[in-house]
Design a protein around this ligand. Structure first.
Ligand code: DC
Length: 230
């Protein structure tokens, strides 16, 4: 039987982690799990049940309702893997600015993180997987075969997000996006539980000047070398 491989891709918001992780999963034919999408789906659920009603953040309400959350990744007709919240495809809705502005706060909750980490490990059982997020190499799979820490300059990340959203969003504000990304970086890096940080044994890739094809080629080279050495 072939050895199962776990590839962890961590890094800052909007730096292309999902693009790299998805491309790697296709290249190696491994399962892809977007853990950011999982925290986003929980944030959407929180908005819907009124956690943020009256500008409050009623985290207790979310914690009481955690057992009502069912998250799955399913293959859709366009041959993409998309996220389903309690049976509903929420792949697009979880990318809006409202969810983006609330997700980092929701992702600080320890009860939620424990639940998500358990689910992420379960989804990967007996499978080779590429998983992207913030704590994959440090917490979810500290023994991952390959750990990549991806980053790019803040301005480049904001510009990429702007370009990605401008087709679908009217009156899109570049500065609002830049502010959102910068705030998420701060919260992600400074939270008490599982903060975003580069694992000691992770390989750093700054993709500020790389296109998706170039970053894939570089990562594939690194991964093949690592697999051959082990
Ligand atoms: O990767 P993303 O931008 O879709 O992630 C959304 C948010 O979820 C991000 O701001 C931090 C949080 N997150 C996390 O705390 N841990 C993960 N493993 C993945 C995402």
């Amino acid at each position: 039987m072939q050895k199962l491989i776990k590839i962890a891709v961590d890094g800052h918001s909007s730096c292309g982690k999902s693009t790299l992780a998805r491309d790697l999963s296709k290249y190696f034919n491994f399962l892809y799990i977007d853990t950011g999408a999982m925290y986003r789906a929980v944030t959407l659920f929180s908005i819907r049940i009124g956690v943020f009603k009256d500008n409050l953040e009623n985290n207790d309400l979310l914690i009481q309702n955690l057992s009502k959350i069912n998250i799955e990744f399913k293959q859709t007709s366009n041959n993409k893997t998309e996220i389903f919240l309690n049976g509903e495809n929420v792949e697009n809705e979880i990318r809006n600015l409202e969810v983006s502005s609330k997700v980092s706060k929701i992702a600080t909750l320890s009860e939620l993180r424990a639940l998500m980490v358990g689910l992420q490990r379960k989804m990967s059982e007996n499978k080779s997987v590429v998983m992207d997020g913030r704590d994959i190499g440090t917490v979810v799979f500290p023994d991952a075969d390959i750990k990549i820490f991806l980053t790019a300059s803040l301005e480049i990340r904001a510009k990429r997000r702007f370009d990605e959203l401008k087709e679908k969003t009217k009156d899109l504000d570049y500065n609002a996006i830049l502010k959102n990304i910068s705030e998420r970086d701060f919260i992600d890096q400074n939270r008490e539980i599982s903060p975003l940080k580069k694992a000691e044994d992770a390989i750093l890739i700054d993709n500020s000047n790389l296109n998706p094809k170039q970053q894939l080629d570089l990562a594939v080279k690194i991964i093949k070398k690592k697999i051959n050495e082990s």
